[in-house]
Design a protein around this ligand. Structure first.
Ligand SMILES: [Zn+2]
Length: 232
């Protein structure tokens, strides 16, 4: 199975970068808690982890995800047909059901859950994932806080891979862009781990702040949040 995956990887690589010799690479299925796929470069080698939830997926789907990952690594445009094919497959009912069962088996206890009265955190995450991250980010546990916390409007708990959003946001008085921005901010914490400079922890390094500005209404949203409390 994995040797097949290697062949598909080579094909996708050649199609995207026809004039280049493919570098050394390792590509394999990997057990994530969710449908997640990662690519990175380590001392000249490309390492690819494809969610084992995609094991047994049809070849065009595996080709599509490898195409997306390679394009992303080299900052090349993602072919929209491949992106759509992959999204359709992952969004299909069978796949969603499978992911859900596996998540329940592997997952952690859900304390308060993602569904609020006004906003569904899972849905917000999925939409932001498509808008800003090619749909490639693995969804952590999304949950509303138990109380109506103001001290912490939102935070990402890396130990439990959970984004917690204060329940005060679950109301009609909260503009959609404000809660979207809050979730987007927490998603960036997944991408930008805390950096150490001496004994100082850089929670929002420069690259984090740059990426934050990609959110269209970030200034308005920040102003809205500042009136309420603070963000971790
Ligand atoms: Zn933060």
């Amino acid at each position: 199975m994995s040797s097949n995956l290697s062949q598909i990887f080579q094909q996708a690589y050649r199609d995207l970068r026809p004039h280049l010799q493919p570098p050394e690479f390792e590509v394999r299925f990997y057990r994530f808690a969710n449908i997640n796929n990662t690519i990175r470069k380590r001392s000249g080698r490309i390492l690819v982890h494809v969610s084992d939830l995609l094991e047994g997926a049809p070849e065009p789907i595996l080709y599509a995800i490898l195409h997306i990952l390679i394009a992303k690594l080299h900052r090349q445009p993602v072919d929209t047909a491949h992106a759509a094919r992959y999204r359709r497959f992952v969004g299909s009912q069978a796949m969603t059901a499978r992911a859900q069962v596996i998540r329940q088996m592997r997952g952690r206890k859900r304390i308060h859950g993602p569904k609020g009265r006004h906003y569904d955190l899972d849905r917000l995450f999925d939409e932001l994932n498509l808008r800003f991250f090619h749909g490639l980010m693995a969804r952590p546990q999304m949950t509303w806080s138990s109380g109506r916390a103001l001290r912490r409007l939102g935070h990402y708990d890396s130990a439990h891979n959970t984004i917690v959003v204060s329940r005060i946001f679950d109301g009609p008085q909260v503009p959609r862009y404000a809660i979207e921005y809050l979730v987007y901010h927490e998603m960036l914490h997944l991408r930008h781990p805390v950096k150490l400079r001496g004994s100082k922890r850089l929670v929002h390094p420069a690259a984090f702040r740059e990426e934050e500005k990609l959110f269209p209404k970030h200034a308005e949203a920040q102003a809205f949040l500042r009136r309420l409390g603070s963000l971790d």
